[in-house]
Write a protein of this length. Structure first.
Length: 160
């Protein structure tokens, strides 16, 4: 497993195999072969664009939901997490240490959509004992990509 290759892919999966080969000091064929092997093994689970949704007039809202859960015997938190992650509103689910058990990132078209989802779906689950909802007001960085820039070419102009 080539950790440096994984880091390059994680930073920008659209980097060409030729460029990655140059950066890693291996052949392009080796890069392609290693990527294919990591995909087959399930180490690479997918590729995703990081989109600055705020530039589209807030087409959705996002919230972080803290769930306190009573784990089921023999299943721990896995059973609840498996149910929660099946909802289309759910972007991410994490098992946490500390005050709450599961961290759930959800999206909806409005604050009310998210609130209804939490009230009607998450809070109503048998093992969920409490929830706390935190709405995301602004994203500054997502998946190692900074979202603060204007997207404009800030190199300036050069004249003689």
């Amino acid at each position: 497993m080539n950790i440096k290759l994984l880091k390059l892919l994680n930073k920008n999966a659209r980097t060409s195999p030729a460029d990655m080969a140059t950066m890693l000091g291996i052949s392009e064929e080796e890069v392609l072969s290693q990527i294919a092997e990591m995909e087959r093994e399930g180490l690479i689970r997918g590729y995703k664009a990081v989109i600055d949704w705020d530039q589209l007039d807030n087409t959705y809202v996002s919230a972080i939901i803290e769930l306190k859960v009573t784990p089921k015997a023999g299943f721990g938190f896995e059973d609840v997490a498996a149910k929660v992650m099946k909802y289309p509103e759910v972007e991410s689910v994490y098992l946490m240490s500390g005050v709450y058990d599961l961290n759930v990132v959800v999206k909806g078209k409005s604050l009310q959509d998210v609130a209804n989802f939490v009230a009607k779906e998450l809070s109503a689950m048998e093992s969920v004992t409490s929830t706390a909802t935190h709405f995301v007001m602004r994203r500054y960085k997502e998946l190692d990509v900074e979202l603060l820039g204007s997207g404009k070419d800030e190199r300036g102009s050069y004249s003689l």
